[in-house]
Design a protein around this ligand. Sequence first.
Ligand code: PMP
Length: 366
Amino acid sequence: MAKKDFSLSTYPWTYQAKFEGNGVWNEVFLEKPHKTPEAEKAMAADELNALLLQRACFSDIPLVTYTSQYGLGCFEGMKAFPQKDGSVRLFRPDENGARFFSSMMGLRMPAFPVDLFVKAGKEVVRRNLEIGFCPVYDPAWEGDNYLSAHSVYLRPFTYSEAAVGLGISLAPWVFFIGTPVGSYFMPGAKKAITTKMTRATPFGTGWIKCDSNYVIPILAKKQAEEEGYMETIFLDSIERKYVEEGSSCNIFFVLRDGVLVTPALGETILPGITRKSVIQLARDAGISVEERNISIDEVLDDSIECFVTGTAAGISHFESITHEGRTVTYSGGEITPIAEKLLVELKGIQYGAIVDRHGWMFDVSK
Ligand code: PMP
């Protein structure tokens, strides 16, 4: 799975909050070094990289922490979309804020209030927009189902106080940085393969969006890529039979009888906001949706479509899934009908081309 535009090209305005005790967060918006977007485009690569590196550094932040040593931290990913009407709107930041809050609680840190989260997210996007760092809506995007469309990716994350030794973070920082993004999956082969590695276990942290959960998916995905696949699929850790998730996305199947199935949430699956939205949109469209265990054998025998969902992945269909030498093939790489219907609906709402009937879009300037 190749990624585009997802490296160090962070936008100038960032946000930093430090927990001061008694429920108080000391907030500051920081404007990092920058030129105009046009002047930055004209810079030599080395010079631009040096500037971008400065934007990724935060002074006076300790290097030796529970986060850097043990991965004790959590994060979010959410997007702001340039709208057809010229405004810029965040997609369901209240949901990301609620998940961030529950991740921090799960890691036994003082949790960051949802209202501060939504305000910080809007303000980071708004300030960057004001200095020209935001994509502009292009009607041409409608022509290819928004495959070529751009948006702003926001990455809120926690970072612990200076520490060594096993302990919990009592005075974390919360940061927000933004970066431009295009399509997450490159066009081309979209084949998936199951992995023998385990992402999450009962009584573990699979339901939390914590840093330490991503080491195994990174390794499993790398291995899949080396074998010519784009994505890896995790099975449950006990019976090694039920499908759980992709490396950083939830998974859906359409079965022969037309039912849309996605693994039920539990301790080992991240409650995706795209997942929740897709379930809603499918039900709105009269598609029957089941949240239940689905075995890899049922997938191989009975599924006629498969797609994954996530903030970065959007809705991405698979061409095939391989498990222990057996392969189920979908539609020769072309997008399959239910995946396409849901993608057009979701992207249409996100880019303001379809009415936001569920109140999911938050205008960053209001
Ligand atoms: N599962 C995992 C493990 C993820 O990292 C993500 C990305 N946040 C998802 C699912 C999809 O969640 P969302 O739709 O909220 O981005």
